[in-house]
Design a protein around this ligand. Structure first.
Ligand code: EPZ
Length: 417
């Protein structure tokens, strides 16, 4: 099985371009189901989750082509409405296709999404919202059947939690529904704005994306368009964590600094300095960062849960102690046992992790437990003295186009074997 081999520890120095955002492109790919014609998506990262989404589209009848970060989707022949179990299991966020498939074909069948590495990840908010918009829902032998024979109809939808996926599914179901939908307590992540911008460019009528109240006036037709996806703020956070762990100076190009403000503020407190330009950030990190006051993950614009594991990895070599509170997922700490193999000193109690910074980390053999947990192991391994080997790197490939290419541009001693 392929492994990452990382030689620590070297200061990082260099520059890399940040890839397009995984969590922006996945709902935009789902949105192409609604479009009868050729959509062109640029700055599309080459990820296993993107390839899984392409397989879902092709299974529905779309024609797809992916070349040099440009994905072309011809949705004119889409007639399918089922996401097969094997694809649902491969990518939990396949549930993002629900709203668009029902919007296009009046029905959808998916297998109930299993939990994932982060704990139970139900889709009750998605189901309740789609039901409100006119889809009847039936559970049958592990499959969920949605049908809206008379088409979807706009309504007021209140989310009990500002779920990113549920917000995206409501937008995708409402954008070509009849009438108006007002979504309350919507997620405000930048990826929601990117989806709304894409759909509005196709002729949609969506207002308020990025705030907690989004108004969608259904339109009869969406037209194919060309669109470039926003940069990946979590990949950028990963590389900031990497230089914070090792010390040094790196430049990130093709970033949106506004999307990183909560992450930058935490690393500033730890002793890193930043030079911020319109779409570029330079990070100056000391030899050893300091611990920071309590970090709590929150929905946007709070500190992102996805950036937590890589921050904890960097803090594992800090001076001082940091209390970290995870408020979004049940089980986000599975990777911490693997971090401890590298010498990290972290105590967890429920959703709280207490990180005691160590002067040195030491190389070990470890395995990824999930996507961002795997990225955390890479960050810690860059600081660990000796040669670290990381297994089950398929997790990392779900969200990082080429973490070896990017880190080698900073002078890291890393390769895939
Ligand atoms: C999106 O997941 C992201 N994935 C996640 O990124 C990210 O961690 C998460 O939002 C939070 O920001 C994509 O965009 C593809 P949620 P999503 O619905 O939509 C509970 C990564 O590493 N919930 O906001 O699944 C849920 O269990 C991934 O790139 C319900 O209870 O997140 C979780 O505890 C990991 N019922 C919380 O809400 C529901 O119907 C947040 O979930 C839906 C969600």
């Amino acid at each position: 099985m392929p492994e990452l081999v990382i030689e620590g520890t070297y200061k990082l120095n260099g520059s890399t371009k940040i890839q397009g955002s995984k969590n922006a492109v996945l709902p935009i790919i789902a949105a192409t189901v609604l479009i009868n014609g050729k959509s062109i998506i640029k700055n599309c990262p080459e990820l296993s989750d993107v390839m899984a989404s392409i397989r879902i589209l092709e299974n529905l009848g779309a024609k797809c082509e992916f070349k040099e970060n440009v994905l072309t989707v011809d949705g004119s022949k889409i007639s399918g409405y089922t996401i097969p179990e094997v694809l649902m299991r491969e990518m939990r966020s396949s549930s993002l296709f629900l709203g668009a498939i029902i919007g296009r074909n009046g029905k959808a069948i998916i297998s109930s999404p299993g939990g994932c590495e982060l704990g139970p990840r139900p889709i009750d908010l998605h189901i309740k919202s789609l039901n409100l918009l006119g889809a009847t829902v039936k559970d049958k032998n592990g499959y969920i059947l949605f049908s809206a024979d008379k088409g979807l109809k706009g309504d007021n939808v209140h989310l009990s939690f500002p779920s990113v996926g549920a917000t995206e599914n409501v937008i995708l179901a409402a954008v070509t529904a009849s009438g108006k939908t007002v979504l309350y307590n919507a997620a405000k992540e930048p990826e929601i704005i990117d989806l709304a911008d894409f759909l509005n460019k196709c002729g949609g009528d969506i207002k308020g994306a990025g705030t907690d109240i989004i108004t969608i006036n259904g339109v009869s037709k969406l037209n194919p368009t060309e669109y470039s996806v926003i940069p990946d703020r979590i990949v950028a956070s990963t590389y900031i964590s990497a230089v914070a762990a090792t010390g040094g100076e790196i430049k990130l190009t093709n970033v949106n600094p506004e999307h990183l403000s909560s992450v930058i503020s935490v690393f500033r407190e730890s002793g890193c300095e930043f030079k911020i330009y319109k779409d570029e950030i330079t990070v100056y990190a000391p030899d050893r960062i300091a611990g920071v006051s309590t970090v709590r993950t929150l929905t946007y614009p709070g500190f992102p849960t996805d950036a937590g594991p890589m921050l904890i990895a960097a803090l594992s070599a800090s001076k001082g102690t940091t209390v970290f509170v995870e408020t979004i997922f049940e089980n986000r700490f599975r990777y911490i046992d693997e971090l401890k193999r590298l010498g990290a000193n972290i105590k967890t109690e429920g959703k709280i992790a207490i990180v005691e910074g160590m002067e040195n980390l030491s190389a070990a053999q470890c395995v990824c437990t999930d996507l961002r947990g795997g990225a955390a192991l890479v960050v810690a391994a860059l600081k660990a003295k000796g040669t670290t080997r990381i297994g089950r790197i398929c997790h990392i490939k779900r969200g990082y186009e080429d973490i070896v290419r990017d880190l080698r541009k900073f002078g890291a001693e890393i390769y895939e074997e």
